[in-house]
Design a protein around this ligand. Structure first.
Ligand code: ATP
Ligand code: MG
Length: 419
């Protein structure tokens, strides 16, 4: 579980802000959900024989003896909330949420026990239009972040009925090669054989590559749905790779599944995963409601931004206020607030811990600010302020305090620093 330190939190806020802008521009509304849910919710929705429920959940009994679990993902809680509040009755929903998820995994690069997701879910739309919209929306997020090295993998899982036929063919194939299966896969042979295709074990890859292919078993409706989705992606100019081995770790998916993957992060290369889960609401005891969603792994997204392209933005004040003498300090805090009022978004850092001019300028330099504003005894008495550029060799200048705010506004809005 990571602390997100002050040096990094600005980059998080920046990325979160871009994600929020994009999902809102598609008409999605935020839903805020509890971190704790009844354990039963995840057992039913995620399925008892998935990695998550078998070995990754943080589960405990509370004081009433109820079994609760820290959410390992957001979809189940989102569906639960929508059912509980009647949001699925004769209406469609487009929702998003973000926050921490908890899985007791073996920690490694890109895999943490508390990690963060942005999740997007839609209810009540059968697709393929909404499937395409969501994939376009994820593509727009990468575009807005100038994220390049990601590629889209796409598959269709068909319906539960067509999957059952495939499942038999797959189990037949695997049973004939049982000696080549690892322990996990043998266990899954009866309970959840499709998950074997998802195995990360390098020794199993050849066997998996030669297995029967799910897309050969699709029913007619799923085939049509998949074809129409591909048409829409083609029309939007979105490239993708068909990956017939792509299955989801969670049991409630049907038809479309997709992942955005990168090779720039080593083994943990999936930064976004999602698909259609028409079975979930019914599974949870409601009337069948078609649904589609995806989740972005925030840590992996930030790591990828850090390692490629322009890196992540850093936080710094625009202006550092140097104050010397009792009168200047008294005036300074008020002056700084006047600037904040006139220049929306302006970040002013006042030097509140005193010191000589020299040491205050050292701090101004280290703060990353572009300008120092200086209030000494003389300036304060004359209602003036000295403006000293810190990142260029331009001359410093003196101006009346009453003019400083508009001068700053002009300077900083001209290059988009504030708006
Ligand atoms: P994986 O195959 O990597 O274990 P998953 O199928 O368990 O992924 P999902 O449940 O689909 O992952 O979660 C969606 C996204 O959340 C993943 O693609 C990944 O970016 C991120 N994610 C999942 N688990 C973790 C984790 N333990 N630490 C950091 N990010 C994670
Ligand atoms: Mg996992």
């Amino acid at each position: 579980m990571n602390d997100i330190l002050p040096g990094d939190s600005f980059a998080w806020q920046h990325v979160e802000g871009v994600l929020r802008d994009v999902v809102q521009s598609y008409g999605y509304s935020e839903i805020r959900l509890p971190l704790l849910e009844k354990t039963e919710l995840f057992r039913r929705s995620i399925g008892a024989v998935t990695d998550i429920v078998e070995k990754e959940m943080y589960t405990f009994d509370d004081r009433n003896g109820d079994s609760l679990t820290l959410r390992p993902e957001g979809t189940a809680g989102c569906a639960r909330a929508c059912m509980e509040h009647g949001l699925l009755h004769n209406q469609v929903q487009r929702l998003w949420y973000s926050g921490p998820m908890f899985r007791h995994e073996r920690p490694q690069k890109g895999r943490y026990r508390q990690f963060h997701q942005l999740g997007v879910e839609s209810f009540g739309m059968e697709g393929p239009d909404i499937d395409a919209e969501m994939i376009l929306m994820s593509a727009r997020i990468w575009q807005r972040l100038a994220l390049k090295p990601v590629s889209l993998q796409l598959n269709s899982l068909g319906t539960p009925a067509s999957r059952a036929v495939y499942r038999e063919a797959l189990v037949d194939y695997l049973r004939q090669r049982i000696a080549g299966l690892d322990e996990d896969s043998r266990r899954r042979l009866d309970s959840n054989p499709l998950r074997i295709l998802d195995s990360k074990n390098p020794e199993m890859q050849a066997l998996i590559a030669a297995a029967p292919v799910l897309t050969d078993y699709l029913d007619d409706d799923s085939r049509r749905h998949f074809g129409e989705l591909r048409d829409r992606l083609d029309a939007a100019g979105i490239d993708y790779v068909l990956n017939p081995r792509l299955v989801r770790g969670l049991d409630y998916y049907s038809r479309t599944v997709f992942e955005w993957v990168t090779t720039a992060l080593g083994a943990q290369g999936t930064i976004c995963a999602g698909g259609r889960y028409d079975g979930l609401v019914e599974y949870l005891g409601g009337r069948a409601v078609p649904a589609f969603g995806f989740a972005i792994g925030m840590e992996r997204l930030l790591a990828l931004l850090q390692e490629t392209g322009d890196g992540l933005p850093r936080e710094y004040p625009h202006v550092f206020l140097v104050m010397s003498g009792e009168a200047a300090r008294r005036r300074g805090l008020v002056f700084a607030d006047e600037l904040r009022t006139t220049v929306p978004g302006l970040r002013v850092q006042a030097c509140c811990d005193g010191g000589s001019f020299k040491s205050q300028f050292r701090r101004a330099d280290r703060s990353g600010a572009r300008l120092a504003l200086v209030l000494g005894e003389e300036e304060t008495a004359g209602h003036n302020v000295v403006v000293k550029p810190l990142r260029s060799h331009e001359e410093q200048r003196v101006m009346p305090q009453t003019e400083a705010a508009t001068w700053l506004l002009d300077l900083l809005s001209a290059d988009g620093t504030v708006n």
